[in-house]
Design a protein around this ligand. Structure first.
Ligand SMILES: NC(=O)c1ccc[n+]([C@@H]2O[C@H](COP(=O)([O-])OP(=O)(O)OC[C@H]3O[C@@H](n4cnc5c(N)ncnc54)[C@H](OP(=O)(O)O)[C@@H]3O)[C@@H](O)[C@H]2O)c1
Length: 281
């Protein structure tokens, strides 16, 4: 019995998107705890690609749990179908413990959540607010560096979350079966408009950045001029218009509930991000 339990404990946790913003941090935390991890990414061995299921089964062999992040976003066309196919294969291969990173108030993301629930997996769902790290590690970095962030959002507040908090929650949840069957809503402790978030970044980094609210038509036209592909334009428009309509402006307590401590404030994130030099000229 003990031998069987030891073997189970030694099995790796598969991290899809394991080199991404949350996945890399989850992998780091688990490794620090002595838990072995297997990274799912197109550069991994074997490689993992959401658009090609050839290697999915071999990646799942001998795994005890999986952290699932989709790329680029659960609101992208085909995301729910891909999540459903992957989760089905996981359950068929005895990998029942699945933790999904989802988005707050996103109807499309809920289709992916339902896939896990329908399949009878031992699921936990983390519904996250917008990441603070979008300003330093993702699509909002370039506008910050160029000094102009223009979005079709005016006055809507969002309680940006530090992805370090998401990683702490995910690592806790992946290693404790008491979280099975739970949906946790995760946010930062303070809601800010995009203009206020930029003001904090300006104050802390000393960089000149201007936030401007533009119409959806102008937003689409600017994305086209920058050469963004049509599916990315559709995704951005969906996220900035439908999802950012104020439905997620309230602060939620998932981080406190799971970790027993407060979520980090945006200003702490901005201070740490500035110290890495990411916003330097
Ligand atoms: N950004 C937000 O504010 C926000 C808020 C709430 C929820 N979410 C959700 O968070 C998830 C993204 O999580 P994240 O930000 O931690 O990840 P991320 O940094 O966006 O993802 C990058 C990871 O995905 C891998 N990847 C890229 N293309 C892939 C493909 N075709 N097949 C397989 N892997 C691929 C990358 O590795 P390779 O390049 O080596 O493949 C890398 O490991 C999305 O589902 C989104 O809906 C985001």
């Amino acid at each position: 019995m003990t031998h069987k339990m030891d073997k189970q404990a030694q099995k790796p946790i598969l991290i899809l998107g394991g080199t991404g913003k949350t996945g890399s941090r989850v992998a780091h935390r688990l490794t620090q705890q002595g838990i072995s991890v297997r990274i799912g990414s197109r550069k991994g061995t074997p490689s993992f690609d959401w658009n090609d299921s050839t290697n999915w089964k071999s990646l799942l062999q001998g795994v005890k749990a999986t952290y699932i992040t989709y790329y680029p976003d659960l609101a992208s066309p085909g995301a729910a179908e891909a999540i459903r196919s992957f989760a089905k294969l996981a359950v068929e291969n005895n990998v029942r413990r699945l933790v999904l990173l989802s988005g707050r108030g996103e109807e499309e993301a809920q289709r992916s959540e339902k896939a896990l629930q329908d399949l009878g997996a031992d699921w936990t769902i983390l519904r996250s607010s917008w990441f603070a790290q979008n300003f330093s590690e993702s699509f909002l970095l370039d506008p910050v560096l160029k000094g102009r962030l223009a979005l079709p959002v005016d006055g809507v507040k969002e309680p940006f979350i530090d992805v370090e908090d998401i990683a702490d929650v995910a690592a806790a949840v992946l290693t404790d079966n008491r979280h099975i069957g739970q949906i946790y809503e995760l946010s930062g402790p303070r809601a800010l408009t995009f203009a206020e978030a930029i003001e904090e970044i300006v104050k802390i980094s000393g960089r000149k950045v201007h936030y401007t609210s533009i119409s959806t038509e102008q937003f689409i036209s600017e994305l086209r001029q920058q050469g963004a592909p049509q599916d990315m334009i559709l995704l951005m428009t969906e996220l900035f218009t439908n999802v950012l309509d104020g439905r997620n402006s309230h602060v939620v307590s998932g981080v406190q509930h799971v970790l027993g401590r407060k979520a980090s404030d945006f200003s702490d994130y901005a201070t740490k991000a500035a110290a890495t030099g990411v916003w330097d000229a």
